[in-house]
Design a protein. Sequence first.
Lengths: 317, 165
Amino acid sequence: MILRLRFAAPRRSRGICRPAQQCKKTRMSYLRFNHVFFALMGLAFVSAFVLPVRAGDRVRAQVQNLFAPVSWPVNRLAGWVHSRIAGQPLRDDGSPRQPRSSAELLIENQRLRIQVASLSGQLQRIAVLESERARLGEVRAFCTPFSVIGADAGPRQSLLIAGSSLDGLRSEMPVVYTGGIVGRIVSASVGGARVLLITDRQFKPITAAFARFSSGPDGSPQFQRLSAELVLVEGAGDGTMLIRNIPQKKIEEVGIRTDDWVVLSDRDWPIVLDGYRLGRVEKITPSKSPGFAEIRVVPDQSLMTLREVMVMNRDKG
Amino acid sequence: MRWLPYFILAYLVLGLQIGLRGHVTIGGAWPNLVMLAAIFIGINAPRDAALLGCFGLGLLHDLVTQQPLGVFAITYGLLAMFTVSTQQLVYRAHPLTHVSLALVGGLLYGVIALLHGWIRGPGSSPMMLFYSALYTALLAPLVLGVLGRMRRAFAFQPARRKLRL
């Protein structure tokens, strides 16, 4: 007991604890800290729920590539592991239900080469004749490839690419890959660039058409649009797209079925991308409104796992 | 708490989140590694540092997503308030603590994201948010277990003074 008293007394007298002063100071500092913290939370609330969605874009654009030294190698490694485990699904778009043999594909490939050469020749002629169509040609020629640093760190469908405004990237530039359309650049600055994917819910809906490869009279594959009417394709936010409220009658009339292509046909997009693939029909389900259906469209591969994209940042090919 | 290790952790975990996000998604559900780092700070750091640290992590996370600034900051700020209040009640090294806190954090984010979608649009799928919360919670023991081994670097509790008698 004595020992305890002796031990306790000096603590108070030497002021190690200094209960009265320290408590007062601590309470005060807590009060100030609480004020600051709740003010910050209030600001965050205003920013998230009141200010326009694009208010933070300027700040965000400056730091996009800041994390590239970590995210880029991690993304590459994860992509490599993912491709090893999951692999790249191969699909025969010419005959999705009964994939053809390699010999048949080789023959078709040869025919296609001839067809492409012929079409390219025709296009070159048209390009000379009309100034508007002078921009026609192979899409790749208008593009610059950029590596993907990583995907959106949150719930949105976007990609960070290893390019910036210094590379000539600007907002609204179309982005494609070998399998189709990727999206548009949503912000580009010295700090980096971000691509908003066509599968994001906030991506501006795209007008598109249905198309299919079918065999011609001579057996050669022919690409044909199924209907002149256009449909509105919007991002579903889960890596897919949706065509909502399409009349069931129209589906039957046109004969839309799974594995049909959905191709771009939008005046807001460059003419050179007209007919470029958005994805393929994965599922046709009845809509909540009777007599209507909902079509789910999936890109050729998960856009969030792309390792390289091509930005259309050149005026001439 | 030492702030240099905090910023290194924030940098690494955000880099990992950006790099892995596209590849570890399962049916649209994605794990939130940054939230796990926020929980780590929340359960170990002193009150003020925990609140500020989590809020800061949220703000940094907001900077690397396309959603409006502040959604993650509010979520992690609220999560820190909840975590700090439970610091005395829970065994901070227990995997069950990690799972439950991550689930609470994930659900809290889900509620805020749904509220945000409802007010400002476009809305998110509630099921996907739930699966994401579950995914994050399942990863929590692993990630927080690894982070727990680095606790010393953060000096969460200041060294006790030696009494001179």
